[in-house]
Design a binder for this molecule. Sequence first.
Ligand code: FMN
Length: 360
Amino acid sequence: MWYDTPATKLLGIRFPIIQGPFGGGPSSVELVSTVSNAGGLGSFGMQSLEPAQMIDVARQIRIATSKPFAINLWMSNGEETGSSPEGVHQAGELLRPYYAELGKEVPPPPERFIPDLGDQLDAMLEIKPPVFSFVFGIPPAAIIAACKSLGILTMGTATTAQEAKALENAGVDCIVASGFEAGGHKGSFLRSAEESLTGIFPLIPQVVDHVGIPVIAAGGVADARGVAAALALGAHGVQIGTAFLACKESAASSPHRKALRESHSGSTTLTKAFTGRLARSISNRMTTEMSHSSSNIAPYPIQAWFMGNLGAALIQGHDDFVSLSAGQSVSLISHDNARELMDEIVRDTPKIFAKYCLHQ
Ligand SMILES: Cc1cc2nc3c(=O)[nH]c(=O)nc-3n(C[C@H](O)[C@H](O)[C@H](O)COP(=O)(O)O)c2cc1C
């Protein structure tokens, strides 16, 4: 059957469909459990959660599903930026006009911008998720060894064949090959994100030819046509983000959901405006205006923190100031119900294969 792949065998799931994790808020227990209960693999992005929150969310997921699920972290939390107090001050100053527009002062920076990665990794081991997926690098060797001894499967994100090989060499069980079409951050870690932008069509065969472990394709897939194409190119599964983000089960904010629904082809752009790291979002006033001062954008996590605080703007209806992360498949969104999306993919993928076999 089309759905019996090395990835479904490894992950213990029925269909090779993974719901992509969403760090920073849009993940939900309901979306994870709906996808896992439908035979795919639901994933929860825990990048912004403190350890106690991670443990609580995992507890809720286990109540909602007995099937495998993934939790996701970022392997580089920005300590490499070496932010000076002046750099932090400048980051706030760049955004001062936007804060002023909302009648707010730039807030003083916190002692810590993001949760401690070491603490998050300890929490992940305590949770013992069926699958630990990650982006922006490779976990320390001791963490990979601990995952192996605890029976936690590891899934690392690669944006190039070289990154995929490095993940395999580190002992990771499975690769997410992420094309530049994908919504959210470009998780490159060997070279800069700008130097690692590869479309999913060339990326799948490049990665499959380089590694001997299962490869999950991510980026640009929103329906059965994309799933069939990715499998035909050699992928063993597909990770879908944008199309699941638009479903009612996700925790996307209502302006984000509305933007996903109303966007057309060509409406996304790559920007560092929201976090200091390159990511794909629906264009809005912030992406346009920041593109004129891109050299002044602070590195992650400083930019992310100051922009996140502008998020209060959302309540006031200024969705032009917030990140509307989405991939190039945004105009292909056709469902607002994750179960129906899963069911349609499962029903239609074999039809796509049959159609093209008949034309041989
Ligand atoms: C809002 C949003 C947040 C995301 N956050 C993460 C994350 O924290 N970790 C991660 O590995 N991938 C993250 N991604 C990538 C998705 O999990 C998935 O790989 C990607 O969306 C697939 O491409 P598509 O959007 O074209 O379907 C995010 C994507 C979006 C849209």
